[in-house]
Design a protein around this ligand. Structure first.
Ligand code: F6P
Length: 323
C-alpha cells in the first residue's frame, strides 16, 4: 500500500488532531504517502483531498477540534454518494483509509469496504466513550475533566445558596461521561440510561439529605437518561418539592472543546500509529483500541453492535459516597 487517506467524522473530540498527527507521521515513517480528506465523508464525496507532509501536522498535538473539520454526511448513506466517494479515492490513487470517529463513522466504513473493497481502519474518536473494543475513546478524558471543572464551580454556588443543581452532561445514549462527573464531582445522585433511577428515588434522596442537614445537592443527569433531560426532570421534582430551590445547568458543547489531556494525547498517538500499521499489515474494517493497557483490534461490526457495559459498582459508589 503506497497511498492512504485520513479523515475525521461525526462529533469532534479533543485529541483528534493528535491522532491525525500520528497517522501522518506513521505513514511518512513507513514511506507511505498520506492524504487528508476534509469534512469527513462529505469531503470524500466532493474530492476535498490534499497531500499531507509531516509538517502539515506540526503544532497541532495540543489543539482541540480537528484540522480536517468534521461532518455527519447524509449523502454517504446513499449508494450513489458512496460511489462518488470511491471515484474520488480512485482519482487520487488512495488504497486505504484511516477513519477517526464513532459508531456512525465505522458503520459507513464497514459498508464502504463491503461494496468497494477499500481497506479501512478506525480510531475511536468520540467524547462519549461508548465504543466496544476500547477502554477509553479519544477525547473522553478531556471531556470529563472539562465537565468536572465546571461542576466544581457549580458546587461553590450551590453551597452558598443552598440549592439543588441538575447538571446535564453529554454522552448520547451512554452514561460514561456522567459516572466520573458524579463520583469525581461529589454528586449526590447520578442518572444514566444504563440504570433506572425513578423520580421517586430522586425525591426520597433529597428529602433524606435534608433530614441529615445537607443543604446543597448536585444531581448529574446523562443527556440520554430515560427519565428525561435535566430540565424536565428538575421541573417534575420541583412540583413534588415546592420548597426546593433548583437550578439547571446544561454543559453542552463546552465538553467537546479544549486542549486534550495528556491521557488523550497518548491514546490518540498510540491508536493513530496502530491504525496505519494495521492497514500496512493487511488488516481492514477494524477499530484499534486499548483494553487493559494492551492494543487490540476489534471488527467494526462488533464495535457497532456490542454494548459497552458500565460497571454497576460505579452507581453504587455514588450512593455510598453521598451518605
Ligand atoms: O457524540 C458526541 C456528542 O457530543 C454526543 O455526546 C451528543 O449527543 C452529540 O454529539 C451532539 O451532537 P451535535 O454536535 O450534532 O449537536
Amino acid at each position: 500500500m503506497k497511498k492512504i487517506g485520513v479523515f475525521t467524522s461525526g462529533g469532534d473530540s479533543p485529541g483528534m488532531n493528535a491522532c491525525i498527527r500520528a497517522v501522518v507521521r506513521a505513514a511518512v515513517y513507513h514511506g507511505v504517502e498520506v492524504y487528508g480528506i476534509k469534512r469527513g465523508y462529505n469531503g470524500m464525496i466532493n474530492g476535498e483531498i490534499f497531500k499531507m507532509e509531516s509538517s502539515a501536522v506540526s503544532n497541532v498535538i495540543q489543539r482541540g477540534g480537528t484540522i480536517l473539520k468534521s461532518a455527519r454526511s447524509k449523502e454517504f448513506l446513499t449508494r450513489d454518494g458512496r460511489q462518488k466517494a470511491y471515484d474520488q479515492l480512485q482519482k487520487f490513487g488512495i488504497e486505504g483509509l484511516v477513519a477517526i470517529g464513532g459508531d456512525g463513522t465505522f458503520t459507513g466504513a464497514n459498508i464502504f469496504h463491503e461494496e468497494f473493497g477499500i481497506p479501512t481502519m478506525g480510531a475511536p474518536g468520540t467524547i462519549d466513550n461508548d465504543l466496544y473494543g476500547t477502554d477509553f475513546t479519544i477525547g473522553y478524558d478531556t471531556a470529563v475533566n472539562t465537565a468536572l471543572e465546571a461542576i466544581d464551580k457549580i458546587r461553590d454556588t450551590a453551597d452558598s445558596h443552598e440549592r439543588v443543581f441538575f447538571v446535564e452532561v453529554m454522552g448520547r445514549d451512554s452514561g460514561y461521561i456522567a459516572i466520573p462527573c458524579a463520583i469525581g464531582g461529589g454528586a449526590e445522585i447520578v442518572m444514566i440510561p444504563e440504570t433506572e433511577t425513578t423520580l421517586e428515588s430522586v425525591i426520597d434522596a433529597l428529602k433524606n439529605g435534608w433530614s441529615r442537614s445537607k443543604t446543597s445537592f448536585i444531581i448529574i443527569v446523562a443527556e440520554g437518561d430515560d427519565a428525561g433531560n435535566a430540565t424536565t426532570i428538575a421541573a417534575k421534582v420541583q412540583e413534588a418539592l415546592p420548597k426546593m430551590d433548583a437550578r439547571v445547568t446544561i454543559l453542552g458543547h463546552v465538553q467537546r472543546g479544549g486542549a486534550p489531556t495528556a491521557a488523550d494525547r497518548m491514546l490518540a498517538s498510540e491508536i493513530g500509529i496502530a491504525c496505519v500499521e494495521g492497514l500496512l499489515a493487511g488488516r481492514t474494517s477494524e477499530m484499534a483500541g486499548i483494553v487493559n493497557r494492551e492494543l487490540v483490534y476489534t471488527p467494526f461490526i462488533e464495535t457497532i453492535t456490542k454494548q459497552k457495559l458500565i460497571n454497576p459498582n460505579f452507581t453504587r459508589m455514588v450512593d455510598i459516597l453521598s451518605v
